[in-house]
Design a protein around this ligand. Structure first.
Ligand SMILES: [Fe+2]
Length: 187
């Protein structure tokens, strides 16, 4: 990974200095290029497809941080049938699929956010992401409430770029069955 990403270090640093809106605008093409990088796929992704055989849940296989937590590049592995609960992120983010495909469901809030621990959600859209589909972008908090799952029958791998961490909170987890939301602390 280090050799593949070395030329991109400057670009990642520049992206992480932008506002959230500016950063996701730049992060999407960065990830779209990364998933088309044959050396990256061969060196970093293909071994994960082997490694993931038998895994029961999705996991973060690689994590590359910038200086001072200015950004975090992560590689996620999704065995068939696995997926996240509904959540958001404290920072901006973008992800692209590099092997297989994942389904993303995006949600919006119907409440005004004035009641602590309360959130009413409505599903806004869903999209299937595969390597030729580019990158999905997430703004912090309510601008990126989503759930990601592998509904295919092969292992999927995605690359994610997140912006600067803020205040020890990684994001929020939602439980729409009881209109509940709570902070997710950095693990
Ligand atoms: Fe997410």
């Amino acid at each position: 990974m280090k050799t593949t990403l070395a030329p991109n270090t400057n670009e990642l640093r520049k992206i992480s200095e932008l506002s959230a809106e500016g950063a996701v605008w730049q992060a999407a093409p960065f990830l779209a290029r990364l998933v088309e990088d044959a050396a990256f796929v061969e060196d970093e992704i293909l071994p994960l497809l082997e490694e993931a055989q038998g895994a029961k849940n999705w996991y973060v296989a690689r994590r590359y941080g910038g200086e001072d937590g200015a950004h975090s590049l992560q590689v996620c592995v999704w065995p068939p049938g696995t997926g996240t609960e509904i959540h958001d992120h404290a920072s901006w983010g973008a992800f692209a699929c590099v092997a297989g495909w994942v389904l993303e469901e995006r949600y919006e809030r119907l409440d005004d956010g004035s009641r602590p621990d309360h959130a009413r959600l409505r599903r806004a859209w869903q999209l299937e992401w595969s390597p030729e589909h580019g990158a999905s972008t997430l703004l912090p908090g309510d601008g990126g409430i989503h759930r990601v799952a592998n509904r295919g029958d092969a292992v999927a791998v995605s690359v994610h770029l997140y912006g600067p961490k803020t205040g020890g909170v990684d994001g929020r987890d939602y439980d729409p069955s009881r209109d509940h939301v709570c902070d997710r602390l950095e693990g």
